[in-house]
Write a protein of this length. Structure first.
Length: 216
């Protein structure tokens, strides 16, 4: 699932903070996701350095590594979801909206690599979160920050594209959604390895996607 109600209750608490404390917290969480995406063995000292805070400051927000990783997962879900909402995929033509969607997700590349680069990250998160299913972003779930789930927004876009005659109506909608996430992840991973320039990820993903799902 994209996220359980418990998950989004947690991230809503994060979003509700304000001022300096919120900025510091978000800086630490962002740094944690980026650093751990590159090196799963990174220490709290490594994360504190990347966030440009002292270790004592980091410990005031997150007393241990497990708490920090759990919060970074929840925050990464929130960041990805917000980026998709900001892409306004219900506006414009389906093809234009799909391109905005891809660009928005690619912009969260570090978060994507952190969440899905190691299956244990989500397994541990689900176990700590009381057994809730924290799987692929596009698999549904409820959110405290949007009336529709991320899955619904993406699925609606795909169906709209099929009805407009832009996307192949013979392709299964859920499968197309899985392909979108897989291509974005692969593109971000290639950029992190240096085999694809970061500025070229969106173009490469869109080209692959359109060549595969557009109505011929």
């Amino acid at each position: 699932m994209w996220g359980s109600s418990a998950t989004f209750g947690y991230v809503s608490d994060i979003a509700g903070e304000s001022g300096t404390r919120n900025r510091t917290r978000r800086a630490i969480l962002g740094a944690a996701a980026e650093v751990l995406a590159r090196d799963r063995t990174a220490t709290l000292a490594d994360i504190a350095k990347a966030a440009q805070v002292g270790r004592s400051t980091l410990h005031r927000y997150f007393p241990d590594r497990d708490v920090l990783v759990h919060a970074a997962v929840a925050d990464s879900y929130l960041v990805i979801q917000q980026s998709i909402q900001d892409a306004a995929v219900d506006q414009g033509t389906a093809l234009e909206a799909m391109r905005r969607l891809v660009a928005a997700i690619v912009d969260t590349g570090g978060r994507m690599l952190f969440l899905y680069g190691d299956s244990r990250v989500l397994e541990d998160f689900a176990a700590r979160d009381g057994g809730s299913d924290a799987g692929e972003p596009g698999e549904g779930g409820e959110s405290d920050t949007a009336p529709d789930s991320v899955s619904s927004m993406v699925v609606d876009l795909i169906r709209r594209g099929q009805s407009e005659g832009v996307f192949d109506p013979g392709l299964d909608v859920d499968w197309v959604q899985d392909v979108i996430w897989a291509l974005v992840y692969t593109g971000c991973e290639a950029a992190s390895r240096g085999t694809l320039p970061r500025h070229g990820v969106t173009t490469a993903v869109v080209r692959m996607l359109e060549n595969g799902i557009r109505e011929q």
